[in-house]
Design a protein around this ligand. Structure first.
Ligand code: PMV
Length: 307
């Protein structure tokens, strides 16, 4: 049996604006992962199984828009398999779904990695990113590509749609506390909401996206220089703009306020918004206080990670 995994992710700054060509920064989150296994099942048709989403079908019977089946088909195609091999592919994830932690991209990446590993072939990071992007298009409609890219590269990245990502090397380890609001937040819906606003008032939205892009550039230099406080202020500014474009919510703002009151240097929603996760930048010693603050404010799950 062959096993492979992929991490979750957070967007540090620049979500939504990234769909409109502005830069964004994302980082892997190793505390949550998706895993996939491939095992030989002689004389049985290739099967793809994901118990958490009730998927258990023969690959040949899967609908064209079943994301994991698409990943398997693309990966097997690149491996040169003329017909599906007699393999059982199983995927699991401890990344909460529809929460902005990249669960869909991670599970796809784990499946592609497991298939290549089982075939004994190397999977170039670009190929992996492309395969995962194809499955993201089913989940999201028109994704920018940031999720598949950060999950394939497994390092903090500076991302501009259509360009090669640039790895970011933080000058200092940054501690981030992530809180799951427990409110499911389909990214497709928030992206559509932003598009509606942009269509009605393009000049205004473009100006906001420009500001978000400038925040991303400053955040990158703050990360590289190890400037904790400056990065925290940039999180706060980015949150204000995300509120303006209508992707925040009272539940998220309650969590963000709790983080700030407990000593976080900055806090914002992360990902599509409306629900899902918020992130807070903290001094390591303050992390337990912020974690507790998040829990008291109703967070379902709290994860502390280092970037
Ligand atoms: O997958 P999520 O919820 O982290 O959101 C992706 C980020 C967006 O910018 C909102 C959409 C995109 O395609 O980049």
């Amino acid at each position: 049996m062959t096993t492979a995994s992929a991490p979750g992710k957070i967007i540090l700054v620049g979500e939504h604006a990234v769909v409109y060509g502005r830069p964004a920064i994302a980082a892997p989150v190793w505390q949550v992962q998706a895993r996939a296994t491939v095992e030989e099942t002689p004389n049985e048709a290739c099967r793809i199984v994901a118990p958490q989403i009730g998927l258990n079908i023969r690959l040949a019977d899967a609908a064209p828009n079943e994301p994991l089946a698409l990943v398997a088909r693309l990966a097997l195609g690149k491996l040169g398999a003329a017909s599906p091999p007699e393999w059982r592919i199983e995927a699991r994830s401890d990344i909460p779904m529809a929460s902005g932690l990249g669960s869909g991209a991670a599970i796809s990446a784990a499946v592609a990695r497991a298939l290549f590993a089982h075939a004994g072939q190397e999977l170039p990071v670009e190929t992996l990113s492309q395969i995962v992007f194809a499955s993201e298009r089913i989940h999201h409609g028109r994704p920018s590509g940031i999720d598949n890219t950060v999950i394939a590269w497994e390092t903090p990245i500076w991302f501009v749609k259509g360009e090669a990502p640039q790895p970011i090397r933080p000058g200092w380890p940054f501690t981030i506390v992530i809180a799951d609001s427990g409110v499911p937040a389909p990214t497709r819906e928030t992206v559509a909401h932003v598009r509606q606003g942009w269509e009605q008032d393009p000049a205004r939205y473009e100006a906001w996206f420009d500001e978000m892009g400038e925040i991303a550039a400053k955040a990158r230099s703050a990360m590289e220089a190890g400037q904790l406080r400056r990065l925290g202020r940039l999180f706060d500014k980015n949150q204000t703009l995300l509120e303006r474009i209508g992707v925040s919510s009272p539940v998220l703002e309650r969590l963000i306020d709790a983080a700030r009151h407990n000593g976080a240097l900055g806090a914002k929603l992360s990902g599509g918004g409306r629900g899902g996760n918020v992130i807070a930048l903290v001094e390591p010693a303050i992390a337990p206080l912020v974690e507790e603050g998040f829990r008291s404010a109703g967070a379902r799950r709290v994860i502390t990670t280092t970037i």
